[in-house]
Design a protein around this ligand. Structure first.
Ligand SMILES: [Zn+2]
Length: 335
């Protein structure tokens, strides 16, 4: 507990101090989730369908140019130029048969109280407020100035605009995770927030490489420092605490290819040696989990490729589970 810090709920009420901005971003997605968790995916009272047949829903990205404030232009322009949102939208449109359209709106015209990226309870609208993007860009700017460039991020991508776009790609992955869960009524065996973070890792690691996970880890790490000590509100959130999310992002990335990433993530001190041995199996579980969840919803044109990816993920999970069992005794001895 940190009695010197205001709880996030107070800070996210629109204050303008640095701490307040940090907390507003820190509540990342919390507002939208709170809405969803109270009203549930059936909040509209409409039948979402039984998931059979190929849905014709499409993801579209809408930049509300007319209502974007001048101070938010740099962040919106950086994101737009990167095509980070469009790349994930294209992947979903190619791979997944959504039952309903999903509109992603980068706009200030948001429901009352929305200050962060949020997914509506029915999974058919994602709001990304430009002011939220500016908050991400401000933190990215501080990271670039104060944190030595990790070896995995190329020098020409270690700048405020690229870091904003890369970390937003990850955040958008989180929101897409919510939208997929809600539209497809995916069964969850844990908290929805964890699954949403998991989809961000699953998608970006497989489709975009290490940069989005690493950029998000850097931005969330800076955010965790701004948030200060743990509060009751932070601990009781449906999200893992911010610093924990940083290590989860890094763990999945490392586990996806330890031979490639151990040196620059574990060796360089970003991911503790105590966590790293768990990550190959954790990644294999996540990768297999998402392919398995999405498989009944593959578009016909994607089915062959998707089935192959799922089969490979399953083989990998079996192999990593065996490998973990074999090294477990040694790990326990070294505890
Ligand atoms: Zn969320």
């Amino acid at each position: 507990m940190s009695p010197g810090k205001e709880p996030a709920g107070v800070l996210s009420s629109g204050g303008r101090s640095t701490a307040a901005r940090a907390a507003a971003v820190g509540a990342l997605l919390a507002v939208g989730l709170a809405v969803a968790s109270w009203t549930g995916s059936d909040g509209t009272g409409k039948d979402e369908g039984d998931g059979s047949g190929e849905g014709s829903g499409k993801v579209t990205i809408v930049y509300g140019d007319g209502v974007i404030k001048p101070q938010d232009r740099p962040a919106v322009d950086a994101l737009r130029k990167s095509r980070a949102l469009e790349q994930l939208a294209d992947w979903v449109n190619t791979s997944v048969a959504l039952p309903h359209d999903l509109v992603v709106k980068v706009t200030d015209k948001v429901p009352p109280g929305v200050t962060d990226a949020v997914t509506q309870p029915d999974g058919r609208t994602i709001y990304i407020p430009p002011a939220f993007l500016t908050q991400v860009r401000d933190i990215a700017g501080e990271v670039v100035k104060t944190v030595k460039r990790p070896a995995l991020l190329p020098e020409d991508e270690y700048n405020v605009d690229d870091l904003t776009a890369l970390s937003t790609r990850f955040v958008f992955g989180h929101e897409m995770g919510h939208a997929l869960q809600r539209q497809l009524q995916l069964p969850n065996l844990g908290l929805e927030e964890d699954a949403a973070d998991g989809f961000a890792s699953f998608h970006t690691v497989n489709e975009a490489g290490p940069q989005p996970s690493l950029a998000a880890a850097l931005v969330f790490d800076a955010l965790a420092r701004k948030e200060g000590g743990l509060t009751l509100e932070g601990l009781s959130s449906d999200h893992p605490v911010t610093q924990q999310r940083v290590f989860n992002f890094l763990c999945y990335l490392d586990g996806s290819d330890p031979k490639r990433f151990d040196g620059s993530l574990v060796g360089a001190g970003y991911l503790p040696k105590s966590r790293a041995p768990l990550c190959p199996q954790a990644w294999a579980m996540l990768d297999h989990g998402w392919w398995t969840q999405l498989q009944p919803h593959f578009r016909e044109a994607f089915r062959k490729q998707g089935d192959k990816s799922r089969a490979e993920a399953r083989a990998r999970l079996i192999a990593e589970t065996k490998a973990f069992a074999e090294k477990l005794e040694e790990l326990r001895k070294n505890q």
